[in-house]
Design a binder for this molecule. Structure first.
Ligand code: FE2
Length: 219
């Protein structure tokens, strides 16, 4: 069978089924787990209930913002935002128990499952790469921002979230400075996200429905 190589992922694709432009075909092959698959993955990796609930709340914020931004004319892959929010802390517990960077560990887990786009977003859910931060609103910025608005399972302001982060992780001058720099980046991100929306960051609570945890009977 004649095959062509995709110039993005280098996979072989049967030439006889290529009726669409090549990049469009490649994009359609993006692997994004459904919500059900995400919840199953959290179970498979024994993510504890309090972290699952945090992830569900982050997903609610991310999905709400993605929906509102789409309505405002910003093109976003809403399934990618939801899946990445749900899975962003898949390795959090493992990093607490054994050490390591939970964003990087989570990205490796998800890439090993073939979810490369989700993995890349999870890798950047704590710190965005500088070019992404400068590029404006995209799936990566939304997931990163949504996580900063949820303290445990509660929707809070960036100020409250960062006060908590500072008190828990600001254990040295260097760490404090890094957290303060991250706070400044997040405030900028918030301004960029909300300048196209018809409501303010403080009004987000009115647009969000508290999610039910469908995994609460499983570990
Ligand atoms: Fe998180």
């Amino acid at each position: 069978m004649l095959k062509r190589k995709c110039y993005v992922c280098r996979s072989g694709i049967r030439a006889d089924i290529l009726e669409m432009p090549f990049l469009v075909w490649h994009r359609s092959s993006m692997e994004i787990p459904s919500k059900k698959e995400c919840l199953r993955l959290l179970g498979d990796y024994q993510v504890p209930r309090h972290i699952r609930q945090h992830c569900l709340m982050v997903a609610e914020v991310g999905s709400t913002l993605a929906r509102e931004l789409s309505t405002a004319g910003i093109r976003l892959n809403r399934s990618l935002v939801e899946a990445s929010c749900l899975l962003h802390d898949i390795s959090k517990m493992e990093s607490v128990e054994r050490g390591g960077d939970h964003a990087l560990m989570g990205a490796q887990v998800l890439a090993s499952r073939g979810f490369h786009e989700v993995a890349e977003i999870v890798r950047q859910h704590v710190y965005l790469d500088v070019p992404v931060l400068q590029a404006g609103v995209c799936e990566k910025t939304l997931v990163n921002y949504a996580d900063k608005r949820i303290k445990h399972t509660k929707l809070v302001s960036l100020e409250e979230r960062f006060q908590d982060i500072l008190s828990r992780y600001g254990t040295s001058r260097e760490r404090k400075d890094r957290i303060k720099a991250l706070y400044a980046d997040c405030l900028l991100m918030e301004r960029v996200i909300f300048e196209v929306l018809p409501f303010k960051p403080g009004d987000l609570a009115n647009r969000i429905v508290m999610p039910h945890d469908p995994t609460k009977n499983t570990r």
